[in-house]
Write a protein that binds this ligand. Structure first.
Ligand code: NAP
Length: 475
């Protein structure tokens, strides 16, 4: 299957191609265009030249395109999920879940397209404001370059493309090199949904070439990036004055207070730690549990983890499959080995079998071991005892990152304290930090990012405020 670039509403064969390989089976699944600088520039020019076409669409027309996309995704639900599983090794049940969320994300975008408005400004409140009528408008920012990661190749793209369309912007999308098929499938559906030619473009290829060209182009007004802190910080420094929205990584933590019913929370904790092989920006990486419950919790957690079904991502029974690449799998294994040599003790997993890193839980981990203080992005969770919730909050805050955190407690005052003290973008009371629905404001502090996604909030980032003042005196 040889894919083509999608530029200015045309499917274009590229000068160069690279093989795309399934992370699980290691078989070739497609040939992917590797856009040259000239081809990236053509995509940017298409988006730039079509800004007015998009900006002139009415709210009704933009919502209509998004609603049609929702309908097409519903019709193609299984096909879309199979594409995600094939290229990323996400187990099919989770890929279906991602497609359902993607549908909801575009639905929210369609609804928000109808709610973009400014406000009246009471200018006559100022000494020199008499007879003036003032109001603000939200106008499209222009060309949006969207650079996306491999771990949610449809829904995280939707978090950029949906609001960009709703706001009346044009888009150049650069998907992660391992997951371009989802992006090209979206292009097919958007074409069918009637997106104006040139308003949505997809260019695959290496981050250093395609990404850098987008980030440094004068014709791009905003870069919206989801990915690793290292790449995100690099983008921020190269982007000049253009707007840059960064959604980056984390080492998300959970506190479990004493007195919590462990049987009820164990399934949530296992899902939080291991779904999508731990390759989620808010994957549950660090569990801090009251010392009185520590032993019972670790026993139950181990038993639940060992029930997970490992194997082929396209099998509907699979819970956990291969990491995105063998290199990543090896990297994660060396981090496990380091944690053990720092004094940690593996209670489940810890090895690779049939190209799958087993879901791994480690207790007694030093807080400066990489599996604790860096983003692990693999099916690895650390479990450490704490004397009280306050100690757990200190551990969670002792991090470069601050995306989301969770706490299970029966005490309302403890929950209130945690919500105040945790240094993160979102605090989940009586839930894991991995909780997300797509309209909520989502993003981080510290090295976890500088923006919020969630349709309404992204639309605000993707529009400029324009002020209009009328002098009402007669001349
Ligand atoms: P990544 O390596 O940073 O890649 C993300 C995107 O950036 C890819 O499209 C990549 O292209 C591109 N890229 C690489 N180098 C670039 C450069 N120099 N200039 C411009 N673009 C460049 O991240 P990933 O491994 O795909 O995804 C995992 C990371 O994403 C984790 O850190 C995770 O926490 C984070 N994440 C955050 C959120 C959130 O909402 N906060 C959500 C999901 C994931 P190539 O693929 O071609 O290298």
């Amino acid at each position: 299957m040889k894919k083509k670039l999608f530029i200015n509403g045309e499917w274009i064969e590229s000068e160069q191609y690279a093989d795309l390989v399934s992370p699980y089976s290691q078989e070739k699944i497609a040939e992917i265009p590797q856009a040259s600088e000239k081809e990236v520039d053509a995509a940017i020019d298409a988006a730039y030249n079509n800004r007015e076409v998009m900006a002139k669409l009415t709210a009704y027309e933009k919502a209509d395109i998004l609603e049609k996309l929702v309908g097409l995704l519903k019709e193609n639900r299984l096909k879309a999920a199979q594409i995600i599983s094939l290229e990323s090794s996400k187990p099919l049940k989770f890929s279906l879940g991602e497609v359902d969320r993607t549908i909801e994300t575009y639905k929210f975008a369609a609804e928000e397209a109808k709610r973009i408005h400014g406000e009246m400004i009471p200018l006559d409140a100022a000494r020199n404001g008499a007879n003036r009528l003032g109001y603000t408008l939200r106008v499209p920012i222009g060309v949006v370059a969207a650079i996306t990661p491999f771990n949610f190749p449809m829904n995280l793209v939707a978090h950029k493309v949906g609001p960009a369309i709703a706001a009346g912007n044009t888009i150049v999308l650069k998907p992660a090199s391992q997951t371009p098929l989802s992006a090209y499938f979206l292009a097919e559906l958007l074409e069918e949904a009637g997106i104006p030619k040139g308003s949505f473009n997809v260019v695959s290829g290496s981050g250093s070439l395609v990404g850098e060209r987008l980030v440094t182009s004068d014709k791009v007004n905003m870069v919206t990036f989801t990915g690793s802190p290292e790449v995100g910080i690099g983008i921020r420094t190269k982007a000049g004055l253009k707007k840059v929205a960064l959604e980056l990584g984390s080492n998300a933590g959970l506190i479990i207070d004493e007195g919590v019913n462990l049987d009820e929370i164990i399934p949530r904790c296992v899902i939080g730690a291991f779904s999508n092989q731990g390759q989620i920006c808010i994957s549950l990486q660090r569990i801090y549990i009251h010392e009185n419950s520590f032993e019972a919790f670790t026993e139950k957690f181990k038993a639940a983890t060992e029930k997970l079904v490992l194997g082929d991502p396209l099998d509907e029974n699979t819970d956990l499959s291969s990491l995105i690449s063998r290199k990543e799998q090896e990297r994660a294994k060396t981090w496990i080995d380091e944690a053990v040599s720092d004094g940690g003790q593996i209670i489940s997993g810890g090895r690779i079998e049939n190209n799958v890193l087993l879901p791994t839980a480690i207790v007694g981990v030093a807080s400066d071991s990489k599996v604790s203080c860096q983003e692990v992005f693999a099916p690895i969770v650390t479990i450490n005892p704490i004397k009280n919730v306050s100690e757990g909050i200190d551990y969670i805050n002792d991090s470069r990152f601050g995306l989301q955190a969770g706490i299970f407690t029966k005490d309302i005052h403890t929950a209130m304290q945690a919500s105040k003290r945790l240094e993160v973008g979102g605090v989940m009371i009586n839930d894991i930090p991995t909780y997300r629905v797509d309209q909520m404001p989502y993003g981080g502090v510290k090295e976890s990012g500088n923006a919020r996604e969630g349709l309404k909030y992204t639309i605000e980032e993707m529009t400029e405020m324009k002020l209009v003042v009328w002098n009402q005196e007669e001349f």
